[in-house]
Design a protein around this ligand. Structure first.
Ligand SMILES: Cc1ncc(COP(=O)(O)O)c(C=O)c1O
Length: 484
């Protein structure tokens, strides 16, 4: 093809950038570039077709809109998976069920235990792959911090926690649009403790909490432990929790708090658009309802800019922001934090009763890592790995799973939500996969109302031949479970 800058093709009548886009589309269709492959760089294409950089950028932007390719930070453009994407679900504003008293199922415990079982292939667990974590650097930093602090390293760091760490967290919070000082931050034992304290500080037994549906099952259990009721509000992979349904729910009955994973939620991977975050915060504030925001995956965006937190729109101190370094640096360090606004004092009080203080050595190490260890550099590396893993996993699902399978295409995190043909029982698939040495998380765990029976959650934290083989086995099992 010879392309001339500024000319329309005489036969097709296409503009120049449309011709470039057409060429690349053709190459993808022919299989020259497959899912997860990098397509030529903007500069290469501009030279190859003798067109301007701008023209290629327009072409690539068009292909991105068509969801054929995706940009990855610092890395270039890649072919997206062709497995049909779950983007929207039909969301009538009144489609939620009544608040439900949560029961802790044995299955939930079993699934959690299996996730940690080293003898099983972890295809569903939300735990980062150890080889992607900066273990050597952290070990070195920990050893030198323990020497540096001597006796102090074994003493309590009373709430709100080690000050140098809180300074580092306050600086990073700015990237999520949150202006806070170190005194606004309290260190917790992981994000889970931050959420637990937030629920304790805002609700009493019998109260109703609005949550997304599908929803992270560990929080369901926490809600149960506290004697609370969960009201599931529909959520979509694209926009997250439905504000319309939530508004309707608030009008219908008392809601004591709302718990939302705003960025790359678990399991849908949804990223709430900025405007929706603002609406959510304003809606809840107008009814004096606290928002508990879990932003544990926000740093794992595949885009150039980290998404903001709903907390950045908080004007009334009603948003309790919760996060941790469990998905990015070290889950076992158990270093999380809350920016709790009006509720900080109460949360610190409860924390002191429960466990006095978060462990000291991990706080020392993480503070030093954030200050000197190249956290941003590390993030860039794991974001790239996760983005590539996700494409490869999606491609494998497209290859091995039965027809009719759809899945989410998140722009961050490392969770994939797979919807199989109706009639394929996810719990049966979970049990049969276990027999083959594979652990997944079945969809029904993410709801209290028997939904998501033909869904599973997969994790793209790790990708290698063993994992691909595992997806193939899962696909074969799913084929066998197809209704006649
Ligand atoms: C949304 C979400 N919040 C919190 C956690 C756990 O966080 P932590 O290990 O920091 O307590 C997880 C882990 O799967 C999660 O997916």
């Amino acid at each position: 093809m010879t392309l001339k800058n500024g000319e329309k093709n005489k036969v097709s009548g296409l503009l120049l950038y449309e011709q470039v886009a057409g060429e690349i589309t053709g190459l993808i269709k022919q299989g020259t570039f497959r899912t997860g492959d990098r397509v030529p760089s903007i500069r290469q294409l501009s030279r190859r077709f003798d067109v301007s950089i701008n023209t290629v950028m327009q072409a690539y932007s068009m292909l991105e809109d068509q969801r054929l390719i995706e940009a990855r930070p610092q890395s270039g453009y890649y072919v997206r998976s062709r497995v049909p994407e779950i983007r929207e679900t039909v969301l009538p504003a009144r489609s939620f069920s009544a608040p439900t008293t949560v029961t802790i199922s044995d299955l939930c415990h079993q699934v959690m235990r299996n996730m940690m079982n080293p003898d099983l292939l972890p295809l569903g667990s939300a735990i980062p792959y150890a080889r992607n974590l900066p273990i050597d650097k952290l070990n070195r930093i920990m050893a030198s911090e323990l020497r540096r602090f001597g006796e102090q390293s074994v003493m309590y760091q009373m709430p709100p926690g080690y000050e140098r760490l809180r300074v580092q967290i306050a600086r990073r919070a700015l990237v999520a649009g949150i202006s806070s000082g170190p005194n606004d931050i309290m260190v917790t034992s992981g994000c889970v403790e931050a959420v637990f304290l937030a629920l304790r500080a805002t609700c009493h037994a019998g109260d109703t909490i609005a949550v997304e549906s599908p929803f992270y099952f560990n929080f369901m259990q926490m809600i149960a432990e506290l004697g609370l009721k969960a009201l599931e509000i529909p959520s979509t992979p694209r926009d997250g929790i439905s504000i319309e349904a939530l508004r309707y729910a608030i009008e219908q009955g008392k809601i004591s708090a709302c718990l939302v994973i705003t960025n790359f939620s678990n399991p849908l991977g949804s990223l709430m658009p900025e405007e929706r975050k603002r609406e959510l915060v304003e809606l809840l504030a107008s009814h004096e309802i606290p928002l508990i925001e879990d932003d544990i995956y926000g740093d794992l965006t595949f885009g150039n800019e980290r998404p903001s937190a709903a907390k950045s729109f908080d004007r009334s101190g009603l948003v309790i922001y919760c996060s941790s370094f469990s998905k990015t640096i070290a889950p076992g360090y158990r270093v999380g934090w809350a920016i709790a606004g009006r509720f900080q004092e109460e949360m610190e009080r409860i924390k002191m009763i429960m466990n006095i203080a978060p462990a000291s050595p991990p706080q020392l190490a993480i503070a030093e890592f954030l200050a000197t260890g190249g956290y941003e550099h590390h993030l860039r590396s794991i974001r790239r790995i996760h983005a590539r893993n996700m494409s490869q996993m999606a491609d494998a699902v497209a290859r091995y799973f039965p027809p009719g399978t759809r899945m989410t295409h998140p722009d961050g995190g490392f969770m994939l939500w797979v919807e199989m043909q109706e009639g394929i029982d996810a719990i049966m698939l979970y049990h049969q996969a276990l027999e083959q040495g594979i652990s997944i998380v079945p969809g029904p765990l993410f709801s209290l109302s028997s939904k998501y029976r033909h869904h599973i959650r997969l994790s793209a934290a790790q990708w290698d031949e063993k994992i691909e083989q595992g997806i193939r086995v899962l696909g074969t099992l799913a084929h066998k479970l197809m209704p006649e």
